[in-house]
Structures are given as structure tokens and as C-alpha cells.
Design a protein around this ligand. Structure first.
Ligand code: TRP
Ligand code: SF4
Length: 404
């Protein structure tokens, strides 16, 4: 139940471009080799900022999933689903809202930033303020302990951890916790029980966090613990509460920053994006007209790659020999900018060819995508239901037997 699990989401607010690909998606593909991964279309999140253009969200959602699949997200390995199809996200968002102070939300750095940046929209809404609570619910409902995110999302994740801690503090209490935990220890068997006690002591007396880490696999590999006992034993390691919601950690992986064709951050709204599935002719045109070092107004002017937005693309797409050729040719005006850009064009075309090919089968037969998502939703729902059953029970909302 508490095994390593990765979860991440993306908002469907437009076509995916190279910024998304190199900044996140390639990393997602790598992670699925190593971990159980849940990846979802954050369509409710998209509505917090794009509530006036819902049709854009539906179209982008389909194209986005095609891009994921084309990039190598494997539905046999990863669970791919759509947030709005798992209504339990909304239930947990509502319940987490009960214990989340408004001040926490107002202090999230992106709250004011985004309002200023997206000044053309009215973001003084309840939904936009509450968006980190929804993000917390997305993560906590799958008990995911690892969340690959960009720098801008780290504060949201810290908030998620605080929400989980607060929830466990209020609702992880139970009568006779100590006795129940002791009884659960006995069920581990004498050898594991002794080891558990040692590790618990090491943490409680010396704050040894490595002991805490070591205790986790011990509990995970114990197969037939009755329901609730595992949570008790996790909680008992640290204190006197059951762990109902698991605190996630950000997974900050080195990713490449890809500038847009004007040197600014790549973004659809700046009109400087290179799509993940770009027509070869259009791709060639975009790179050929891409800005370069302003010092090279004429072919005979020497330039400096460090001041040129094409250079980061060479870092991604070119080998050392080509990069040396660029530095030498640019700084001595030995090569022209179009010449310099050709290896980048070739590199992107080569990268995108298999992506466009794989995408085609899904574009030809959209039912394939629908089936993959339906399957993913079923798997996700199962996990979400498991957590919600514990959450409802902890909050005194298990009326199954008493009412209705
Ligand atoms: N907030 C993320 C973004 O704007 C998307 C997102 C929503 C997300 N829920 C998440 C990412 C949960 C990771 C985990 O990009
Ligand atoms: Fe940029 Fe290459 Fe032109 Fe130099 S030669 S300014 S690196 S495009």
C-alpha cells in the first residue's frame, strides 16, 4: 500500500511543445522503467485558469495524451487517466479544504504571480485560490510518495505535505492506538517484530531517519497484515497517530531548458513554441527564422553562442564535435547562422519522426486512446477508492451500514 509510487499531472491548455517534452515528458518516460507511475490529464486544473474556454481543454486533452503515448509513455507500464473521471478527487479536495487555512493558500508564491502574469483573466475566484488543495488531493489520494515537478511547483508540494500532516494529526487518532499498534507488532512474527522495535527506538530516541527509512520496506514486504495495521505501524514509528495520508517528496530531475524561437521561455502564448509534432516544413521554417545573437547582424560579424537562443538547442541535439564547430565558426564568423542551424533542424526532425509515426495510429483510430484512458481510469479509481475508504472512516463519514 505504501510502496514507491510516482504521480504527476499536466494541464491540457494547448498543444505540447519541446519545452514540455524536454522539461517533463522525457523524464516521465524514464521513470516508468523504475517505478509504478500514475500520469493524469489535469483538466479540472486547466479550468481554474481557462474556465472561459472549455472547448480548448477537451481538444488539448486528447492531443496531449496522443503526445504522451507517442513519446513513449507505455499504458502497459503506467496508469494514464483523466482527473475529472475520478470524482473522488473532488471529494478529497472538499475534505482537505476543511483543515486547510486560507492563509496557506494566499501565501503560495504562484498565487499572486500568476494573477499578475495572466492579467487578461479574472483569477480572483474560489477555484483558483483553492487550486493547491486540489493538487494536494490529486497526490494524496494515490498515496504517491514521489512527484516529478518543476521548480515552480515545489511550494505546492510543500503545502501538500503540510496538508497530509495536519490531516493525520486530526484524524489519525484512534482510541487505544498504543494497544492496537502493539498487537500489530506481534503479527509481524518474532524476528521482524524485534527488528521493528529496534528501528522504532532508533528513530524515537535518536531521531535516526535512516532507521525510519529502513522500517518501511520491512512493513511493505509483510504480506498478510490486516487492514489498518500497516497504517498503524507506519504511524507508530514516528508517534502516536495512524498515517492515513502519505507525505510526498518532489522529484527534481535535471532537465534541459528549451528557449522559444525568440529566446524567451517557450510558451504557446508567446507564439514562440516548437510543437512536439511539428510538420517538417514548418519546423524548418521556425528554426531558420529563429533569433540569433543580435551582434551578428551581418554574416561577417562574429558572434557569441552564449548570447544566442540556438545554442541551448545545440546542447540538446548536437554532439561535442558539432558544438566545437559552432563555437569556432560563430566567434570567427566562419559559418553563417543558417549553416549553424542545420544540425539542429536535422536533430529535431530525427527525434520527431518516430513520435509522429507513433502518433498517427492514435489519430487514425481515436478509440485506441479512449480505451487506454478507460483502462487507466479503472485502475486509478481502484486506488482512489481505497484511500477514500480510509479517509471517510477516519473522518467519521462511513455511513455505509447506518444510512442509505
Ligand atoms: N499543478 C501542475 C501544473 O500546473 C499540474 C498538476 C496538477 C500536478 N496536479 C498535480 C502535478 C499533481 C503533479 C502532481 O503543472
Ligand atoms: Fe547563433 Fe549559430 Fe548564429 Fe552563432 S552562428 S549566432 S550560435 S545561430
Amino acid at each position: 500500500m505504501f510502496a514507491d509510487r510516482v504521480l504527476s499531472g499536466m494541464r491540457p491548455t494547448g498543444r505540447m511543445h519541446l519545452g514540455h517534452y524536454h522539461g517533463a515528458l522525457k523524464n516521465w518516460v524514464r521513470l516508468q522503467e523504475q517505478y509504478e507511475c500514475f500520469y493524469f490529464v489535469a483538466d479540472w486544473h486547466a479550468l481554474t485558469t481557462h474556465y472561459e474556454t472549455p472547448e480548448l481543454i477537451a481538444d488539448s486533452a486528447f492531443e496531449m495524451v496522443v503526445d504522451w503515448l507517442a513519446a513513449g509513455i507505455d499504458p502497459m507500464q503506467s496508469t494514464i487517466f483523466v482527473q475529472s473521471q475520478i470524482l473522488e478527487h473532488a471529494e478529497l479536495t472538499l475534505l482537505l479544504g476543511m483543515t486547510t487555512p486560507v492563509g496557506w493558500l494566499e501565501r503560495v508564491p504562484t498565487y499572486k504571480d500568476q494573477q499578475l502574469k495572466l492579467a487578461d483573466r479574472d483569477l480572483s475566484t474560489y477555484g483558483f485560490l483553492g487550486y493547491p488543495v486540489m493538487m494536494g488531493a490529486d497526490i494524496l489520494i494515490y498515496r504517491a510518495n514521489m512527484v516529478p515537478v518543476g521548480e515552480d511547483q515545489v511550494s505546492h508540494l510543500e503545502l501538500t505535505r503540510e496538508m497530509a500532516r495536519r490531516f493525520n494529526h486530526f484524524y489519525g487518532r484512534e482510541p487505544e492506538f498504543e494497544e492496537k499498534a502493539q498487537a500489530a507488532i506481534k503479527k509481524l512474527g518474532s524476528k521482524k517484530a524485534r527488528r521493528y522495535e529496534e528501528l522504532r527506538k532508533a528513530f524515537q530516541e535518536r531521531g535516526d531517519t535512516e532507521a525510519l527509512e529502513a522500517a518501511k520496506p520491512l512493513l511493505e514486504e509483510t504480506q498478510n497484515l490486516p487492514l489498518g495495521d500497516r497504517e498503524r505501524l507506519f504511524g507508530y514509528l514516528e508517534g502516536a497517530r495512524r498515517v492515513i495520508l502519505v507525505e510526498p517528496k518532489p522529484l527534481l530531475t535535471e532537465t534541459s531548458k528549451v528557449p522559444g524561437t525568440d529566446g524567451q521561455k517557450m510558451s504557446k502564448s508567446y507564439g514562440n513554441a516548437i510543437l512536439m509534432r511539428e510538420e517538417p516544413a514548418e519546423l524548418t521554417r521556425k528554426i531558420r527564422t529563429m533569433q540569433t545573437d543580435p551582434a551578428r547582424a551581418r554574416r561577417s560579424d562574429p558572434g557569441n553562442p552564449e548570447r544566442c537562443p540556438v545554442w541551448p538547442l545545440h546542447q540538446i541535439y548536437s554532439d561535442q564535435a558539432v558544438r566545437d564547430w559552432v563555437v569556432k565558426g560563430c566567434t570567427t564568423a566562419g559559418i553563417g547562422c543558417l549553416e549553424c542551424k542545420q544540425p539542429v533542424i536535422d536533430g529535431i526532425l530525427k527525434e520527431q519522426e518516430p513520435i509522429r509515426e507513433r502518433a498517427q495510429q492514435y489519430l487514425d483510430d481515436p478509440a485506441l486512446v479512449r480505451n487506454i484512458l478507460a483502462d487507466g481510469c479503472t485502475r486509478a479509481r481502484k486506488q482512489a477508492n481505497e484511500t477514500m475508504r480510509d479517509v471517510r472512516e477516519a473522518m467519521g463519514l462511513s455511513y455505509d451500514r447506518s444510512f442509505g
